[in-house]
Design a protein around this ligand. Structure first.
Ligand code: FMN
Length: 217
């Protein structure tokens, strides 16, 4: 542990930093997201659509995990998961969530806050039907977030389901589908030298217009 601590404290990476300023940022945060996302793709970042989702459930204990963003529009960010999972239970109690994207290669972070709701069953069906069969089986086999006796139990279930659905289409489990995160706040963070980073925050007002403010790094 001591060695690890020394290692962590010995690294102080400065950010070379492109700048992010009010004159070059798009008025619409989704367009700005798209610009940054394309730059992340061009920088060949692995999994740029991986995002952390933070939830707070009944016990008021924050919980965070990575998921894949699978759709984005002016409505918000969509991910797919199990509707009985820990995150889903948290969301059923409290529909306020936060997202975080971190793209180290371009020294950028995007933070999102908002409310979440299930996407329509039709949209979940469309997405589910396009998944590889192995992932479809996985959705049936895994009671996500529940305790299991062993890995073998899971693999056994996968085998049984694979046999059961042999040559048959696999329907979407009713407890599996999408969530849409509708943002009320989106922050674009650009790493800059000497920790003087740029932070521009879009906040949505009552008329659904976006206001941009700069906050201190
Ligand atoms: C890069 C990455 C992508 C992931 N994508 C998803 C996803 O799209 N949906 C999902 O349910 N879990 C995904 N997971 C697994 C989740 O991080 C998490 O383990 C799972 O959803 C259970 O979380 P919960 O118990 O808090 O509900 C992903 C994990 C990683 C590391």
């Amino acid at each position: 542990m001591e060695e690890l601590k020394n290692y962590i404290n010995s690294i102080r990476r400065d950010f070379a930093g492109k700048l992010l300023d009010e004159n070059h940022i798009n008025k619409n945060p989704f367009t700005q997201f798209q610009v940054w996302f394309e730059e992340a793709v061009n920088a060949q970042i692995l999994d740029p659509y991986a995002m952390s989702v933070a939830t707070v459930g009944k016990d008021l204990q924050p919980s965070v995990r990575l998921v894949y963003m699978r759709d984005i529009s002016e409505k918000g960010f969509v991910f797919y998961t199990n509707y009985d999972s820990r995150k889903a239970q948290d969301i059923a109690f409290n529909n306020k969530v936060a997202l975080n994207f971190f793209w180290v290669e371009v020294e950028r972070q995007i933070r999102v806050e908002g409310i979440v709701q299930k996407v329509s069953p039709v949209d979940s069906d469309i997405y589910f039907n396009n998944r590889p069969r192995e992932s479809q089986i996985g959705a049936w086999a895994s009671a996500q977030s529940s305790t299991i006796s062993s890995r073998q139990e899971l693999e056994q279930k996968v085998m049984e389901l694979t046999n059961y659905y042999k040559d048959k289409p696999i329907p979407r489990p009713k407890n599996w589908g999408g969530y849409l995160v509708e943002p009320s706040k989106i922050e674009f963070w650009q790493g800059r030298p000497n920790r003087l980073h740029d932070r521009l925050v879009y906040t949505r007002n009552e008329n659904k217009d976006w206001k941009i403010t700069r906050i201190a790094p």
